[in-house]
Design a protein. Structure first.
Length: 264
């Protein structure tokens, strides 16, 4: 089998460059293109180690050291935590891209009979890799940003009731929830009824509410205190919702006023 070193080096450079761009966009490092190109050039030099008579453990150590150097060259040095985070995302992006390309190669290049794989005569060429890799990394970046944006609004809520019992709920901070008790001026946190025990719904109060399509009385209870991200408060009521919220893993909707109480 003929191995073209120049093509492998070019492909390795292109892959490293795409991975560094992915880290740059995902972590918002704002590195300039020259530094990213420098990091990719250094990454392509790692091919030299493949032709040296060294053990796999030594090769692994060299790769870690080179990744450290690549990230410093591409994103500069601020502190150890900053550089390690860059390395982690660099490897995560590489794992995702490598795993996807490996799957494509098996899917298109090999057929199998049970657990026996054999070559089918069609392999993924360099041009295809260069075309599909940016697409894979683009989808990865979009999903990462969407996930960060969505889960930034997820919080753990601890409710302590008057009888000193506690429940812990996964809560979603909804800026559209601006329900306020007009008498006590306490903000209302909405909780699905099924998340509460009957013993905790004693002595309810009814708060009038108006929404876009509905109005009426909302059944509420006054807890002893609530805790969000280590901050405790007594200035909330718990509104009992008969309807489920249909948000992944969420049984509680925080009030927009919680933004004022959450630590930065």
């Amino acid at each position: 089998m003929t191995i073209y070193i120049d093509l492998i080096a070019l492909l390795n450079f292109a892959m490293d460059f795409l991975l560094l761009i992915t880290v740059n966009l995902t972590l918002k490092r704002n590195a300039n293109i020259k530094r990213l190109l420098l990091g990719a050039v250094i990454g392509s030099l790692t091919l030299i180690f493949l032709f040296l008579p060294i053990s796999n453990i030594t090769l692994f150590i060299f790769k870690i050291i080179m990744s450290f150097i690549i990230c410093i060259a591409a994103f500069s040095w601020k502190d150890l935590h900053y550089t390690i985070e860059n390395m982690i995302y660099f490897y995560m992006s590489g794992t995702i891209l490598g795993g996807f390309l490996y799957y494509l190669n098996l899917e298109f290049s090999y057929k199998h009979d049970g657990i026996v794989f054999f070559h089918h005569g069609l392999s993924i060429n360099f041009l295809f890799l260069i075309i599909v890799s940016p697409l894979v990394l683009y989808i990865y970046i979009r999903s990462q940003k969407k996930m960060k944006s969505q889960y930034a609004h997820y919080h753990k809520l601890i409710i302590t009731f008057k009888n000193n019992t506690q429940i812990t709920l996964n809560a979603f901070l909804d800026t559209g929830n601006k329900l306020i008790d007009p008498i006590t001026q306490k903000a209302i946190i909405l909780v699905e009824k099924k998340a509460l025990k009957e013993e905790n719904i004693r002595s309810p109060i009814y708060v009038p509410y108006n929404s876009l399509n509905n109005h009426g009385l909302l059944k509420c209870i006054a807890p002893k205190k609530v805790e969000i991200k280590g901050v405790q408060s007594r200035n909330y009521l718990i509104g009992i919702s008969d309807e489920e919220f249909h948000i992944n893993g969420i049984s509680c909707i925080l009030n927009s006023k919680c933004l004022e109480d959450l630590p930065c």
